[in-house]
Design a protein around this ligand. Structure first.
Ligand code: URA
Length: 237
């Protein structure tokens, strides 16, 4: 593998940063300074260090972001603000994608990775991975509507949603826990009882909770434990 690809895969340096740091003599392979960012290395055999720190290699990157309002979960949508625009240069990589999507007007937890297999598993309808959202409605929700939505909502296209959990904090604010992810599902569920979602924020995805210290637009790498939960995302209800 090329040295600059090794660094960009780890998320430590972009390819151009790697070239600069090599020129500056800050990169070593088995203790020898490497000036050529295109040289071939073997991550399993060679010890690569940057400014004296040994770099442990991971093929995959797992990021949690607190998605702000108005950004879209797409790699390329002309005229729109993209969640990827919020990433630092070292994560501006064509192989990164969001694990599912949040609407432009939904905020909160979005996972970004290049691990296609785990993302596919986490999104697979067979896994029933739970996602938790906080919502605010335009109108009060009656207990009858809450209970009927929990059992299954009939969406405008005739699709009947799987049972879910809805807990109200006030008559307009609550949390919903879904184990499926149809397009605009929550907005369409409440629309089916003639209500409207005015605020929607995802706070959990498959046992991973949004880090409350992340302000809208901020992100961090998943911890090892969170990465484990994502890779092993299991049926939860
Ligand atoms: N349901 C929605 O309606 N929108 C989202 O962004 C996520 C779930």
């Amino acid at each position: 593998m090329r040295l600059d690809k090794f660094f960009s895969n780890t998320g430590i340096l972009s390819r151009s940063q790697c070239a600069k740091e090599c020129r500056a003599g800050n990169v070593t392979c088995d203790g020898e300074t490497v000036r050529d960012p295109s040289c071939n290395i073997d991550p399993d055999k060679n010890v690569i260090a940057y400014k004296g720190d040994i770099i442990s290699y991971s093929e995959y990157v797992y990021i949690m972001m607190n998605k702000p309002l108005g950004y879209v979960c797409s790699n390329d949508e002309p005229g729109e603000l993209l969640v990827f625009d919020l990433l630092d240069e070292r994560y501006r990589r064509p192989d990164l994608f969001t694990v599912g999507r949040l609407d432009k007007n939904t905020t909160g937890l979005i996972l970004i990775t290049n691990d296609g297999k785990s993302a596919h598993n986490a999104l697979s309808p067979k896994r029933h991975v739970e996602k938790k959202y906080e919502f605010t409605l335009a109108d009060p929700l009656s207990e009858e509507d809450r209970a009927s939505l929990e059992k299954g909502a009939v969406l405008a296209d005739g699709y009947v949603t799987k049972p879910c959990k809805i807990e109200m904090k006030t008559d307009r604010d609550g949390i919903v826990i879904l184990s499926e992810g149809k397009y605009h599902q929550i907005r369409r569920m409440f629309a089916s009882v003639s209500n409207k979602v005015v605020l929607l924020k995802r706070t959990e995805f498959g046992g991973i909770s949004l880090d409350n210290s992340l302000k809208p637009g901020e992100y961090r790498l998943l911890t090892d434990e969170e990465t484990g939960s994502f890779i092993n995302a299991k049926r939860s209800i």
